[in-house]
Design a protein around this ligand. Structure first.
Ligand code: BGC
Length: 492
């Protein structure tokens, strides 16, 4: 649902029939720009950008409700709410006769995305055994990229329709919505969520089923301990602001900021528009967007295979270097090659190739890890609140990029790519110094990562100085598994 939305907007907003119906001024400007203005400014229109961005504002608001539902009604129920809101949104947008219907529809879709992005990463991380947690969690991102690619393909097909192509593009969003609604009905909830809501026996049953073993008492006890600690915390949002939760909070929020300031959504939302700026015809633009979408999916599979082997940090750092090189090269090509509205076709294709280099590195790093790391570093007591803050921060910056990118492109021209490249340098440094490796650490034992980090240990006291609510010294509970982690070649 999230991916389909990211991918569909750019294509729909570059369709003349859609523009003529809802944004006639943009269509006029686009036609006039073809003759006069600079190619960079064709689509610069606040209302048009609001069509894309409004969904993310709605998603942002919804996360504060979805954090409540994930905590009190479970991950499963939250997915069901997401599916229903999204189905309604699809009906409104695809049937829109007036702009107001379009807006109501976008808001409902935003609610769907907000609820789903809250529940799904948590669901995956909690269902997964810790040694596969990274790979399984990245299925979320894989689904996002498949959604984007699927949307690109649909746009490519519907653009050729004589009438109502945009309606078909918007209506097909109903497919993923039906899947998640069915999932919300048929799937079991996570053991962690069941324990948190007092359903111990059902939690044991689910654990037996998903682990495929009869004796699940050890893992059940870990979850129970974490759940008891969580129950002692009455105000998770207040608690999350405490000093000892600072590393998780800072890292989760900053990851979202950085993820969006890689500039990825400038490409994902507006690829067809961007390719038209590069002088491609309408269908060649959509075709190029399909190529980029396919690279995005394939590179996400690379992340799935590598994340639990070489770890999170290495992927993040390597990607910064690759993104920096590709973005700088794109800026140079645009600066030298785009003359008014014209760019030689071979340079256009080199730009597409460089965009693929850039997108692939994002897809095996900041894309999936921006969601994986926050879902695994919060303790159970602040996990729902932490995820809500993660999703809403992501949505704030997604909104910002959606709202201002076309205007920034108009003002900065090729410099926009240097702007994003500069942020990539900052991201590299932050990752190097402040993001510890979390590969293979059981989710209930994540605290130990902070207590051993050169900087974060100033914020998180060592476990043996903490009294456990059940009277068991925390250190005693934790050493055995940490040693397991170390034996598996894990380095903190
Ligand atoms: C980001 C989206 C982005 C997508 C691209 C996700 O991780 O959150 O904003 O559009 O990756 O594949």
């Amino acid at each position: 649902m999230f991916g389909y939305d990211v991918g569909i907007s750019g294509g729909v907003t570059s369709m003349d029939e859609f523009l003529a119906k809802f944004f006639p001024a943009v269509l006029e400007k686009k036609r006039a720009a073809a003759a006069t203005e600079s190619a960079y400014c064709k689509y610069d229109d606040q209302k048009l950008q609001a069509f894309t961005s409004s969904l993310y504002i709605a998603a942002l608001v919804s996360t504060f409700f979805s954090s409540y539902t994930t905590m009190h009604y479970g991950r499963k129920a939250t997915m069901l709410i997401a599916g229903i809101a999204f189905c309604l949104g699809v009906i409104f947008t695809a049937a829109a006769a007036e702009i107001i219907m379009l807006i109501i529809g976008r808001v409902l879709l935003g609610w769907g995305v907000g609820f789903a992005n809250q529940a799904v990463p948590l669901y995956l991380s909690e269902m997964a055994p810790s040694k596969w947690r990274g790979a399984l969690n990245i299925l979320f991102q894989l689904a996002v990229t498949i959604g984007i690619l699927f949307a690109n393909l649909v746009n490519y097909g519907t653009e050729k329709m004589a009438r109502n192509g945009w309606r078909v593009s918007l209506a097909i969003a109903g497919l993923p919505a039906i899947f998640i609604t069915l999932g919300g009905i048929l799937l079991p909830d996570t053991p962690n969520s069941l324990v948190q809501r007092g359903k111990h026996e059902r939690a044991r049953q689910v654990l037996r089923k998903i682990r495929g073993i009869e004796n699940v008492e050890e893992e059940f006890d870990d979850i129970l301990i974490a759940s008891n600690e969580a129950a002692a915390v009455k105000h998770p949002f207040r608690n999350i602001l405490k000093r000892r939760n600072r590393p998780q909070l800072v890292i989760s929020m900053i990851l979202q900021f950085f993820q969006q300031f890689t500039g990825i959504n400038a490409i994902m939302f507006y690829a067809p528009v961007l390719f038209q700026t590069l002088g491609f015809a309408s269908s060649a633009s959509l075709y190029s967007a399909v190529i980029v979408g396919a690279v995005n999916v394939l590179a996400t599979c690379v992340a799935i295979t590598l994340v639990d082997r070489i770890g999170r940090r290495w992927l993040l750092l390597e990607a910064c270097i690759q993104m920096f090189v590709a973005q700088t090269a794109i800026a140079i090509i645009l600066a030298l090659g785009l003359d008014g509205n014209y760019m030689p076709t071979y340079l256009g294709w080199i730009a597409v190739a460089l965009i693929c280099v850039y997108v692939s590195s994002f897809a095996w790093s900041w894309g999936p890890l921006g969601w994986l790391i926050p879902s695994e570093i919060f303790p159970l007591e602040t996990r729902s609140a932490g995820q809500a803050i993660t999703v809403s921060t992501n949505m704030v910056f997604t909104f910002l990029i959606a709202q201002v990118f076309l205007s920034m492109l108009c003002t900065f021209k090729w410099g926009i790519f240097l702007f994003f490249a500069a942020w990539v340098v900052v991201m590299f440094l932050f990752t190097y110094f402040f993001i510890p490796e979390t590969k293979g650490i059981p989710i209930e034992e994540m605290d130990l990562v902070w207590t051993r980090h050169w900087f974060w240990k100033n914020y998180v006291p060592h476990p043996d100085t903490l009294a456990h609510p059940n009277g068991i010294p925390m250190e005693a509970m934790k050493t055995s598994k940490l040693e397991d982690g170390a034996a598996n070649g894990h380095k903190l």
